[in-house]
Design a protein around this ligand. Sequence first.
Ligand SMILES: Nc1ncnc2c1ncn2[C@@H]1O[C@H](COP(=O)(O)OP(=O)(O)OP(=O)(O)O)[C@@H](O)[C@H]1O
Ligand SMILES: [Mg+2]
Length: 312
Amino acid sequence: MIKTIKLTKKYDDMYAIRDIDLDLGQGDLFGFIGPNGAGKTTTMRIIATLLEPTEGEAYVCDYSIYTHPKEIRRLVGYMPDFFGVYDDMTVIEYLEFFAAAYKIGPQLRRKRCNEMLDIVDLDFKRDAYANTLSRGQTQRLGLARTLLHDPAVLLLDEPLSGLDPRARIEMRALMRRLGAMGKTIIVSSHILPELADVCNKVGIIDAGKMIASNDVATIIKQVQPNTVVLIQPIQASQLDAAAKTLQDQNIVDSVQIASDLVRVTLKPNIVDYSALASELIQRGIFFSKFAAEEINLESAFMAFTKGAGAKI
Ligand SMILES: Nc1ncnc2c1ncn2[C@@H]1O[C@H](COP(=O)(O)OP(=O)(O)OP(=O)(O)O)[C@@H](O)[C@H]1O
Ligand SMILES: [Mg+2]
């Protein structure tokens, strides 16, 4: 559905993006993650045919951005990170205005706009002036506008930014629903954990370079390859003995004692660590906690992107 080959955009001597390769199929929900200035918006605007690349190819449903931009615009819904709304229009008038621009006939127009208000849960504001909406409501109106012509491909540039926690959860649920409808979605964010549970694929971009692109489980492994297991002996006096036993196991990389816990870092890519439990029990060390530490995707991601991008 979306394919880019060595997509590159240069401004003078500066590469906004360099050699970006993407290959997304129908129903893929791709999280495009990177810090400020990484090149997310640039990539999405090129795919939406709003910006010409310097080099490389981009296709939507096999249409090239160079030869078939009109076809691509019909297939793509692009939601920019910021968009203005007109002062003197109500929500429903705003949507009907764009529906008319998309050449949706008058018969169908009202029905379609009502459906969109329903999907983004904004029906209760249908007669409010668009410029009186809150930021989150404006985002949802923008998404409704993006969905009007029933695009097969959605490019959502930071749709979660500025939303409160509840609105984030709702927006993520909405993205899941759209993915389940078979739409191919690229959604950008600065924050990996925010998208990791919604997307099936993730790309991490930094300083114009795609530094990792894969399914979510693989990316998580890449950002944090070592599982950490936290073990709490029932008897605090056994902390040292537990640490010593664990240190001697061949799947263990390192062991630390942190207050009443033993923190065990496994060697990379070890997934089965049940042997540690049986070793401890055999030595008469019983525990009240034995669990993998929750992955801190945020800090792992920070370490991953720090200076890892292309320095040109
Ligand atoms: N018109 C332009 N002229 C010169 N440089 C530009 C232009 N547009 C973008 N850039 C540069 O290209 C790089 C990528 O910008 P882009 O907007 O794609 O980043 P982004 O990942 O969307 O960042 P953000 O998270 O801040 O939205 C930045 O260094 C930016 O300054
Ligand atoms: Mg951007």
